[in-house]
Ligand binder design. Structure first.
Ligand SMILES: [Zn+2]
Length: 180
């Protein structure tokens, strides 16, 4: 019998019958090569038995969850901050435009009133068109977006709408100045 057969037996020692075990140990006594292999296998086996199982550090998942929550809170604060900045800017721009228009409104009040009504009507039409386009998107998006994001997007859109209103208002007054 060759060495390879004995090496196989060494690896499957627990499955051997008594006759095979006797034959193996008889061979090991007279063969240093197989004896070396036998010892190496048993040392490896011992190492695997005494090696500690790799377990995660205590509270690992708790710490991980805490970190995720911390990042989420920071992100939410950022969104809220951006939203507040947009609202503040839009309010400042609108107020300054309104005050400017009010000052000139003293001079041509009837025209201003007419213009304001036209402008408001245009704004409502524009807003309706925007909401017609956006509402299906928002309905789909609401499933994936958090309420805070929707809140931020809504205010962002109102900021854009405000900017559009201001631009059209200025273009109108500029045209009027050129005409007069
Ligand atoms: Zn041998």
């Amino acid at each position: 019998m060759n060495h390879q057969q004995f090496e196989t037996w060494i690896l499957q020692e627990n499955d051997l019958n008594q006759e095979q075990q006797r034959e193996l140990h008889l061979h090991l006594k007279g063969c240093s090569q197989c004896q070396g292999f036998y010892q190496a296998v048993h040392q490896l086996d011992h190492l695997f038995k005494i090696a500690p199982e790799p377990t995660p550090a205590p509270n690992f998942s708790a710490r991980w969850m805490g970190r995720i929550e911390h990042q989420e809170r920071r992100r939410n604060r950022l969104i809220l901050g951006i939203t507040l900045v947009v609202i503040t800017l839009a309010t400042i721009i609108l107020l300054s435009v309104v005050s400017l228009e009010l000052r000139s409104a003293v001079d041509f009040f009837p025209q201003m009133l007419l213009e304001l009504v036209t402008f408001l009507a245009n704004g409502i039409v524009f807003f309706n068109q925007i909401s017609n386009i956006l509402s299906p998107l928002v309905r789909v998006g609401a499933k994936y977006l958090s309420p805070l994001w929707l809140y931020a997007i809504t205010f962002g859109l109102s900021g854009i709408t405000g900017a559009w209103i201001i631009t059209s208002l200025h273009a109108r007054s500029l045209q009027k100045e050129l005409n007069s």
